[in-house]
Design a binder for this molecule. Structure first.
Ligand code: AMP
Length: 559
């Protein structure tokens, strides 16, 4: 067994590690710490949240700090305020036995004057979000010209949040000679470009995504039509009255819609997404951490930095954009000795993605049925009986009413009384679930006709004024959709490319967004028309027919 002592870290850091109770370095720490401690070389590490990456860069950076140098020696850039605070807090904990080490966090949505004051008092390490960091550099309040270390944490997230220009500007102010450590969960091509631009012959480390808690997580999926996703979520929440979980959605808009509908339908749910102010986000997170909120509907980015250990469920409202996201999400449940469930809703055309996902996580994903009324009814009823069994009774307040209550109910025997009390809820459940139909759509994955019908219901057919003559190919169309729509990954049904136009099926839920997004659109200097097609029956044969091209199929591995 490799120990922290063997990694060559200084005694003050080893003391903190012992106090934290870390028994053994994690795989990324075993590789990164001795590498950074013993070499000046840049480091490129593929590692997800939860692998111990903060200590993997934080400990060797602290180890190499020069105690008597008062200026900023290390700059750590993170995508979100939450992560920034978490990383700064971890670095403070690790360095608490070191003398003269001060760590400052700088991030947007909080007083810049206060942060300037902290910087003026002297900091050896600054942890910042790119926007605020650059702002402070431009105001000459944050001097990074002497840094020895630059850490880019969750670099893929920083790029996908649009921080490329800020990063370029920050890097331009930093010295050429420094040790750059880049950590990223995924290595898409924009990251590799960044590596070429900013790093010199880096040593690479890849830690196979280790979902430490994976034995404690059961994975299951449900097949429903797109329009039944929301109903399915409600039934899953109803089936698990004690649920404490996160529902992951793909876009801010979807997050808001699902959370608003759940709240309106009486569920204890709220949304966490990037359109909220920092104060609103903090408030939602606080409520959720304190368990005053049962269901948090969130985007992946907004929920980063929210570390909650006792989640019972993670629900994927739709198939995530890539496998790594699924691993991230499901790793948020089943922590410690808790058991958790990672549930996934897919539509019939996405069934083949399950196999690929199973290979990636190395575990079976069970096909389950969305419960029908009778299943939920029974579960809710017994959950209520449990509550009756466990409810605490405030005798001091009850005693005053008891004589009158007993008097009023004196003519009823025990069984009659129980039946009456239970019926108060029982009748409500019975009424609510009486029309609760089967919304499972699994059978349709095999039944071609049914699948076709399902497609027709789930997709709206659009006319696009570009065709073979304009060199349209499915990939060109995907690109056009990504460019004009306000979100990525709309579900695509059939694409039929004709000489002068294309007929394309798109998720009918987003019909209006598609229409408004293409209003006055231009493509290569020509106006581009995307409108609902008049034809449901095609009379001419298309030049090329791409059947069943599903966005989910193409989305895996993309990005
Ligand atoms: P990170 O990937 O940096 O977000 O770390 C995930 C969690 O693992 C944090 O709660 C750390 O405190 C914890 N952690 C980091 N390194 C170790 C270790 N060697 N042993 C036990 N826990 C650790």
């Amino acid at each position: 067994m490799i120990t922290f002592e063997q990694l060559g870290l200084r005694a003050e850091l080893l003391s903190s590690i012992r106090e934290l109770g870390y028994e053994q370095p994690t795989p990324i720490q075993q590789e990164a710490i001795p590498q950074v401690v013993g070499s000046e070389k840049d480091l490129l590490a593929t590692a997800q949240t939860g692998t111990g990456k903060t200590a993997a860069f934080g400990l060797p950076m602290l180890h190499k700090l020069e105690d008597n140098v008062k200026s900023i020696q290390g700059l750590v850039l993170c995508p979100t305020r939450e992560l920034c605070l978490q990383v700064a807090a971890d670095l403070k904990t690790y360095s608490k036995h070191m003398r003269n080490v001060s760590v400052t966090a700088v991030y947007g949505g909080s007083s810049i004057d206060q942060q300037i004051k902290e910087l003026r008092a002297g900091s050896q390490i600054v942890v910042g979000t790119p926007g605020r960091t650059l702002d402070l550099i431009r105001r000459k309040k944050l001097i990074v010209s002497d840094i020895k270390f630059l850490v880019l944490d969750e670099a893929d997230e920083m790029l996908s949040m649009g921080f490329q220009d800020d990063l370029d500007a920050i890097l331009a102010s930093s010295p050429d000679h420094k040790q750059t450590l880049l950590f990223s969960a995924t290595m898409p091509s924009p990251i590799l470009k960044m590596v070429n631009k900013y790093m010199t012959d880096p040593v690479t480390i890849t830690v196979i995504s280790e979902n430490k808690s994976s034995e404690n997580v059961t994975h299951a999926y449900f097949v429903v039509k797109n329009r039944d996703r929301y109903a399915a979520i409600k039934r899953l929440a109803d089936l698990n009255p004690d649920i404490y979980g996160i529902i992951f959605c793909r876009t801010r808009r979807e997050t808001k819609e699902v959370a608003d509908s759940l709240a309106q339908d009486g569920y204890n749910a709220d949304a966490l997404h990037g359109d909220l102010s920092q104060a609103q986000r903090d408030q939602v997170m606080r409520k959720f951490r304190r368990k005053n909120l049962q269901l948090l509907v969130a985007t992946d980015v907004a929920s980063r930095g929210l570390d909650v250990d006792s989640l019972t469920h993670v629900i994927n409202y739709n198939l995530p954009d890539d496998y790594d996201l699924y691993i991230h999400r499901s790793g948020r449940t089943g922590r410690g000795s808790n058991h958790g469930e990672s549930l996934l809703l897919i539509n019939p055309s996405e069934a083949r993605a399950i196999k690929a996902l199973e290979r990636k996580i190395g575990k079976k994903i069970e096909l389950r049925k969305v419960p029908v009324g009778a299943d939920i009814f029974e579960k809710q009823l017994f959950s209520m009986i449990d509550r009756v069994e466990n409810v605490s009774i405030d005798n001091s307040k009850m005693d005053a009413f008891m004589p009158a209550i007993l008097e009023k109910l004196s003519g009823m025997d025990r069984e009659d009384l129980i039946k009456r009390f239970v019926s108060i809820e029982f009748n409500r459940f019975a009424e609510y679930y009486k029309d609760n139909q089967d919304i499972n759509a699994n059978g349709q994955t095999k039944d071609r006709n049914a699948q076709r019908n399902n497609h027709n219901e789930d997709f709206a057919t659009f006319f696009l004024s570009l065709g073979r003559r304009d060199k349209m190919e499915p990939t060109t169309i995907f690109r056009i959709l990504d460019e004009f729509l306000p979100f990525k990954g709309i579900e695509i049904g059939k694409i039929e490319i004709f000489k002068n136009h294309t007929i394309i099926e798109l998720d009918s839920q987003h019909k209006d967004v598609v229409i408004s997004s293409f209003e006055s659109a231009e493509y290569k200097g020509r106006s581009l028309i995307m409108r609902l097609s008049q034809f449901t029956q095609k009379t001419t044969k298309p030049n090329k027919k791409y059947k069943g091209k599903s966005s989910r199929g193409r989305k895996f591995g993309r990005r």
